[in-house]
Ligand binder design. Structure first.
Ligand code: ADP
Ligand code: NI
Length: 219
């Protein structure tokens, strides 16, 4: 099978798995991550195109916040990839990337360095969590999970474990910026993503300044 046909099949697989998502992890998110990954690939010619884009398409279909049975979702992706003629090494590499690239994984003791292809997809995903899109997705996600918009009495959490991070009791949308989103620009792997992230950081800090000024009736 040609790589283009394999990627078309993977795109269709992901669309089916994430159909109906109302948490900011729908196919529009996936398509933006793929677009970001293509842009980063142009700057990193040694990265494998098929591995990078397959991982970009599949990075959220095994996520524990989106599927109830992670193991079975993983088995399903593996057999799907074999069915479209990925060889065992390619399957293993894609699975390694999608299992190890998430922010929540970085809060655990079980961390493994990503290959260049994984670093690109991680940057592509993180770029979609910041800036104007990032602000919108955080509000969308927070609303879906009944978070408060803001409460100055509730302080942002620090040094969270993954379990604490996933516990949304007493979480506010504004605190999510301090707990995660504002930290992402410094965590970028590739120079181009780092540069784009700097601009998006400015968008978020301006938004937070305006938000607080308006909250306090000063604007
Ligand atoms: P990862 O998939 O890398 O582990 P997350 O699980 O944090 O990352 O989810 C990805 C996106 O979901 C975030 O970038 C953000 O837009 C949104 N999100 C996650 N947790 C929250 C939260 N508590 N409040 C608002 N938005 C959130
Ligand atoms: Ni994602």
């Amino acid at each position: 099978m040609e790589a283009t046909d394999q990627l078309a099949a993977i795109s269709k697989y992901t669309s089916q798995k994430l159909a109906g998502d109302a948490t900011g992890h729908g196919i529009d998110h996936i398509n933006r991550v793929v677009t970001n990954a293509k842009m980063l690939l142009a700057e990193e010619p040694s990265a494998d195109y098929l591995i990078t884009l397959s991982s970009a398409y599949l990075h959220d279909v095994i996520d524990d916040k989106l599927v109830s049975d992670v193991l079975s979702a993983q088995r399903n992706v593996e057999s799907f990839l074999s069915s479209i003629e990925f060889d065992p090494d390619q399957v293993q590499t894609v699975m390694f990337i999608i299992n190890n690239m998430s922010f929540s994984k970085s809060l655990t003791d079980d961390q493994h360095p990503l290959p260049l292809e994984g670093q690109i997809v991680q940057d592509a995903d993180r770029l979609d969590a910041i800036g104007a899109i990032g602000i919108t997705r955080a509000i969308y996600y927070g609303g879906h999970h009944s978070e408060k918009i803001y409460d100055p009495k509730i302080k942002p959490r620090t040094n969270m474990t993954k379990a604490e991070y996933r516990n949304l009791d007493n979480e506010t949308i504004i605190n999510h910026f301090y707990e995660k989103l504002l930290k992402l620009p410094d965590s970028m792997n590739t120079p181009v993503a780092r540069k784009i992230a700097k601009g998006r950081q400015k968008t978020m800090t301006t938004f937070l300044e305006d938000f607080k000024a308006e909250w306090n009736g000063m604007k």
